[in-house]
Design a protein around this ligand. Sequence first.
Ligand code: HEC
Ligand code: HEC
Length: 425
Amino acid sequence: MPAYPAISALLVWAALTSGAAQAAESDPALAILDGRALFEKLWVAAPSSTRASDGLGPYYNARACSACHHGAGRGHPPAPGDAPVSFVVMTARPDGAGGATPDPTYGHQIQTFAAPGLLAEGQVAVDWTETRVRLDDGSEVALRRPEVAVEALAHGPLDPATLLSPRIAPPVRGLGLIEAIPAAAILARADPDDADGDGISGRANLLSDEAGATLGRFGWKAASPDLPASTARAFAIDIGLSNPAHPEPWGDCTETQDDCRTAPHGDGDARGFEIDQKALDAVAAFLRHIEAPAPRPSDGDDTAPGEALFHGAGCANCHTPSYATAGGGEIHPYSDLLLHDMGPGLADGIVEAGASGSEWRTAPLWGIGLTDAGGGETSYLHDGRARDLLEAILWHGGEADAARNSVMAMPEPDRAALIRFLESL
Ligand code: HEC
Ligand code: HEC
């Protein structure tokens, strides 16, 4: 069973002392334990004898949240020849009005699994293109970028205008604290027209709904406003489970996918949605209680020189070291949570709410030194293309050109000190 940093002891204690007879809805600690169970639950296709666990799909990418967010850590691209786990391919095509719509046949995401009797939408194949960059001291670094193709498409070709955007699952630690940053504090850091002339703008992804504009802060392009919204979308799109925010029992199948729309689902009866509001709230409560990674000064190592280099190179202009939360605390996410144009190297061409095809949300750096997808493998950036922290930095472009250039110009010992500092966050 994956370990979630620091929550378990407290929760088990809280659950024991609260008395088993007490109803879960009135007990936040039990709701968190319920949420954890739902996060790890392996869903099955309907109809099944365990009605409370069915409704998977009909199309899906994984059977559990924790299949992609294993131990609350990050995902990774597939190894050559392997099917992807914790790596999804999003689709979108320009709508002609500055926005984007999902592929008309395959929907928001390519689901690589289907319930028994149905064909999966397709299989994802990843090829890597290598390039080399030469640093100012003459040393070379190999970089790779993914070329993603969808094979064995079950419903004919993708729309010719459809773009594919591969994404790894981000780590899900400390998200409750990010949710607790007042929107005004994030908006105060935005500089959409670069009024201060530092070459770095920083835009908020403002999501419009009936209630007006909400600040997007979760997801690689900050297209999700809060943890309940991220959770509801994940249940619908990744696992294929209906819920109050995504009532369709068929998840991400489109009107043209009759086989999927008419397949058995876990709705109806007394159960209502496959995931009800209480279950959504419990999962969101669980996510809020996964603690932020603690800073780790590496065995007596002095991280101060690396920290100075981080500031000197301008990393902190986007990777904001600290924010105050609504609860009066101070947190150290190392992100402004704003969108930045990162240049053509990272661009996926896909507009997501207010984010353009080359904009990404500054990735929080806390806990980045804890990344290890198993066997010492690491992968960074939205599609997991960077195999180590230096590669991640060398992909920075656009508004981060100057920061990347100063790392390329550093003497090797300085680069090493910068990386040591990152690993301590
Ligand atoms: C098939 C893999 C997969 C599964 C299953 C999955 N996720 Fe994710 N998750 C992702 C990916 C990929 C993203 C990034 C999406 C994006 O921004 O495009 C993500 C993003 C998130 C985020 C936003 C994190 C951040 O830092 O901004 C949250 C929260 C989240 N998922 C929760 C969940 C929950 C809860 C479940 C189960 C209901 C779940 N996920 C199931 C792959 C998955
Ligand atoms: C203009 C804003 C900006 C500046 C300046 C900047 N970054 Fe970033 N950084 C980003 C964005 C946006 C991403 C996410 C890009 C993506 O996933 O495609 C990112 C991602 C990263 C990642 C990978 C994180 C992950 O979770 O995969 C690392 C590491 C990183 N930056 C380090 C640095 C360092 C070190 C510097 C200074 C040399 C720096 N950045 C300067 C905006 C910036």
